[in-house]
Design a binder for this molecule. Structure first.
Ligand code: RB5
Length: 150
């Protein structure tokens, strides 16, 4: 598996821990984090790079970290094919995979600690999407929304 990761200035500690954890598991990591100058970087730029890598098939999944995870998620979800989920606890991480087939995990460097982030990551990596009809149908409706953008 290849996982693209990226963060802004508020997500560096968690992003680095995620990267180390992925590498320790033998997962190939593409770190698309740009240089982080003192005045910070714009999270939509990082989200776009990671989301496009996943959408293009250059990475199987993505992990994005900013202050809250929200801005990264909002931006990443603008890229067709991306289902980015903000997760702050393991239950949401599980359901984002099982029900929503989330392909990008977003977390907040200012909202959760390192231990929680790694637990969320562990769940998110290991849960496979449900193949139950209702979930497949609902995901299909999300894809249809993308096809009919005004
Ligand atoms: C940057 O100040 C901050 O807005 C960002 O890290 C993130 O929290 C956005 O959602």
């Amino acid at each position: 598996m290849i996982v693209a990761v990226g963060c802004d200035h508020n997500g560096l500690t968690i992003k680095d821990a995620v990267r180390r954890e992925l590498e320790a598991r033998g997962i190939t990591v593409r770190d698309l984090t740009p240089p982080l100058p003192a005045n910070g970087v714009d999270y939509p730029d990082v989200a776009a790079d990671v989301a496009r890598a996943v959408a293009a098939g250059d990475a199987d999944r993505g992990v994005l970290v900013c202050g809250t995870g929200q801005g990264m998620s909002i931006a990443a979800n603008k890229v067709p094919g991306i289902r980015a989920a903000v997760c702050s606890e393991p239950y949401s991480a599980r359901m984002s995979r099982e029900d929503n087939d989330a392909n990008v995990l977003c977390m907040g460097g200012r909202t959760i600690g390192l231990g929680a982030a790694l637990e969320i990551l562990n769940v998110w990596l290991n849960v496979t999407p449900s193949s139950e009809d209702r979930h497949v149908r609902r995901r299909g409706k999300i894809a249809t929304l993308e096809e009919h953008r005004p």
